[in-house]
Design a binder for this molecule. Structure first.
Ligand SMILES: [Zn+2]
Length: 308
């Protein structure tokens, strides 16, 4: 069984996900260990200092379990591993040098992608997904058999340079698609948005398991050969020995064909950041209209629009 832990951002839910009794299980972290959400600093008392401490604990956990723990890199990690040219979003500027040293001193503990095969199907894990277009542009000699190996080799090459931040790989990683306010259609494996991923060509026989794009409620999205698992509220998942996806309560996660930006999606109850309710009439019947960085919540009872 494989335990999948989506984006951390200073949260400690991973400790609950890690079952000390299951010594044979693999645990895959999908990256983004730092750069807390402001709302977590209010609701869950997460601070830059606790986020840094949490990251240190994850590094120690990996060191104590080198074979069974996989640490992938996200955009909020490459921001420190390489430079803020790759990502400059909610960066901890005060502790930047300390965090950068932690990443660079431990770079061998990380990788860009990881894969496993279950019942003949391949599962490729990365922070945001490997698009055919981006791989064609930046990864020489790749094909569907060697994609993980080639990508990790480029990472290793870049980290063996004296200035990893000025490597062509760092530059390639900084590519953002238009859904993330970038300039083109290419989204790197740490930046690709789910909307872009879902529109791109699919790799046959491969399920890509990714975080990065926040699913706007508790439910992950299975679409276009991807499993998007970064659900608010500290969800984690397991990939069973039969290739099934289960949530943290052991419930089967079924295929979900909902589009990413539905015209309106009802949320009656959510554990996202506490509880949504209308500021005007107090109703909990709130529709969420998901946007890139700004969601609009619409009260079904009085029609008030709330931007969050
Ligand atoms: Zn991310």
């Amino acid at each position: 069984m494989i335990t999948i832990i989506p984006d951390i951002h200073g949260r400690v839910f991973w400790k609950k996900a890690v079952d000390p009794a299951s010594k044979d299980d693999t645990i895959v972290f999908l990256g983004d260990y730092l750069d807390m959400y402001w709302v977590d600093s209010i609701v869950h008392d997460i601070t830059n200092e606790s986020t840094l401490e949490n990251f240190r604990e994850i590094l120690e956990f990996k060191k104590s379990n080198p074979e069974r723990v996989v640490l992938l890199l996200g955009n909020h990690d490459c921001e420190y591993m390489y430079s803020r040219n790759v990502c400059d979003c909610r960066c901890d500027r005060k502790n930047y040098d300390i965090i950068q040293s932690l990443f660079r001193d431990n770079w061998k503990l990380f990788r860009m992608a990881w894969e496993t095969t279950i019942r003949g199907r391949r599962y490729v894990f990365s922070h945001a997904g490997l698009s055919i277009e981006w791989m064609n542009e930046h990864v020489e000699g790749w094909d569907e058999n060697n994609l993980v190996e080639r990508l990790n080799a480029l990472y290793e090459e870049s980290m063996s340079l004296s200035n990893p931040e000025s490597s062509s790989f760092a530059e390639a990683l900084s590519e953002m698609d238009t859904y993330r306010c970038g300039e083109g259609t290419l989204g790197s494996p740490i930046w690709q948005d789910a909307e872009n991923a879902a529109r791109g060509d699919k790799m046959s026989g491969i399920t890509q398991v990714v975080g990065h794009t926040k699913c706007k409620d508790r439910y992950p999205i299975r679409k276009a050969g991807y499993w998007f698992l970064d659900c608010d509220g500290g969800q984690w998942f397991t990939l069973t020995d039969h290739g099934g996806l289960r949530d943290k309560d052991g419930l089967v996660v079924r295929k979900n064909e909902n589009p990413f930006n539905p015209p309106g999606k009802e949320i009656i109850d959510t554990n996202c950041f506490g509880h949504y309710f209308c500021r005007n009439c107090g109703s909990e019947r709130i529709y969420i209209r998901a946007g890139m960085y700004v969601d609009t919540y619409v009260c079904l009872d009085c029609g008030t629009k709330i931007h969050a």
